[in-house]
Design a protein around this ligand. Structure first.
Ligand SMILES: NC(=O)c1ccc[n+]([C@@H]2O[C@H](COP(=O)([O-])OP(=O)(O)OC[C@H]3O[C@@H](n4cnc5c(N)ncnc54)[C@H](OP(=O)(O)O)[C@@H]3O)[C@@H](O)[C@H]2O)c1
Length: 378
């Protein structure tokens, strides 16, 4: 049975990738950092998942985890992943999102250089895009501390592949969303806001730049590409994208229309939510992935928008779908993992198991605490 270690297991992609690899018969371990609050809602439904404690800022923990779990494949999804926060915390972002990659590669080189390694790189590395669409050969020009940190992670991955022969791949993923997207990212802020307005829980939705454009896909489709990269005869870097671009305004229009509302009655544009430096037209050319991996996205843009709004409506009405998280103002419940959920991964296990706006949590018009900077589309 192949063994995989996933960092960033509590995040959106970590949960979809764990589901995917468990379905392929992998023994999956997730690395999670210590947290004073419960953040396991995306993975509580997964049976057979083990968890170990570690942190990308702590090399010794990474070495220990690799020694304990002996993975064949490591997927590095952990990051300070929110572009907005990278202006607030540029040093922490560089340490986790940039240097964290190097620490993990050093741990792999030390413990077992035959481990296959996936690095979660980002379209934000293209930033002030030098060509449209962007492909693997497009020059990088990051426009945020997050993008700069990701670029370091990308190049150190390439460098360890070329210097030490490690099977290391960098997946340059364009934005991918889902009902499990963090609430600070604009797509989820919109789907949650629309559901709240539809249910009479809020009246307004405050957003930043409605004209910002992104290439948005479905996270569940994108994790398959990560796995495919590590199954190839040679390690390479791949752009993963839909090749379509849409504005935030289009997302908003579709989301409100899906519940029979007119967005113009509810959306307020707040210039304070604009990014200090916006990226240019990010749209990916994934033809290498199509050709060599046989990968293509399955969920289209209108389906993605509808899926996210429906999930938020269901959650706010009191339903709960496996892997979907709490929303604004929802209080995570205490207690251990759900029956059949993740288990201890060994002596160090704990026993339980974007890319966007910039402001700190605020109160929305209904007075709830929210974590929705909404500064740009992520
Ligand atoms: N989603 C996208 O559109 C997109 C596009 C391109 C690239 N990416 C990259 O793909 C990866 C996955 O994205 P995502 O959307 O799943 O992000 P996410 O939901 O924000 O998840 C990030 C994960 O990293 C963990 N983490 C943060 N700091 C850590 C540290 N010091 N040590 C260990 N774990 C740490 C977080 O743990 P906590 O729960 O403890 O915070 C969380 O599990 C990220 O690297 C992101 O930058 C994402």
């Amino acid at each position: 049975m192949p063994r995989a270690l996933i960092t960033g297991i509590t995040g959106q992609d970590g949960s979809y990738l764990a589901e995917f690899l468990l379905g392929k018969g992998y023994q999956v371990t997730g690395l999670r950092r210590r947290s004073s609050t419960r953040n396991l809602h995306r993975i509580e439904h997964l049976s057979g998942l083990s968890l170990v404690e570690g942190d990308l800022t702590d090399l010794s923990s990474l070495v220990r985890v690799l020694e304990q779990t002996q993975p064949d494949e490591v997927y590095n999804l952990a990051a300070q992943s929110f572009v907005g926060s990278s202006w607030q915390q540029p040093l922490a972002t560089s340490d986790i999102t940039g240097l964290g990659v190097l620490r993990l590669l050093e741990a792999i080189r030390t413990v077992n250089p035959r481990i296959r390694f996936y690095q979660a790189s980002s379209s934000e590395m293209f930033g002030k895009a030098q060509t449209v669409p962007q492909h693997e050969g497009t020059p990088f020009y990051p426009r945020s501390p997050y993008g700069v940190a990701k670029l370091f992670g990308h190049w150190i991955t390439v460098n360890y592949r070329e210097s030490y022969g490690i099977f290391a791949c960098s997946g340059i993923l364009f934005n991918h969303e889902s009902p499990r997207r963090g609430l600070e990212f604009v797509t989820r802020k919109i789907s949650d806001g629309v559901a709240r307005i539809k249910l009479g829980l809020a009246r307004q939705l405050r957003l930043g730049n409605l004209e910002a454009r992104r290439d948005w896909g479905f996270a569940g489709d994108y994790v398959e590409a990560m796995w495919l990269m590590l199954q190839q005869p040679e390690p390479k870097d791949y752009v993963i994208a839909t090749g379509e671009t849409h504005t935030v305004r289009e997302f908003v229009e579709l989301a409100f229309a899906h519940v029979g509302l007119d967005w113009r009655d509810h959306v307020v544009v707040d210039p304070a939510l604009f990014r200090p430096a916006e990226v240019d037209l990010l749209v990916g050319d994934a033809s290498r992935a199509r050709r060599e991996l046989g990968w293509r996205p399955r969920v289209d843009f209108p389906t993605l928008v509808a899926m996210m709004v429906d999930a938020d409506l269901e959650r706010l009405r009191g339903g709960h779908r496996a892997g979907d998280g709490p929303g604004y103002g929802d209080v995570p419940t205490e207690g251990g993992p759900a029956p059949g959920g993740p288990t201890d991964g060994g002596p160090d296990a704990t026993g339980d198991t974007g890319d966007d706006g910039r402001r700190m949590p605020h109160r929305d018009d209904a007075g709830r605490e929210g974590g929705a900077p909404g500064r740009g589309p992520g």
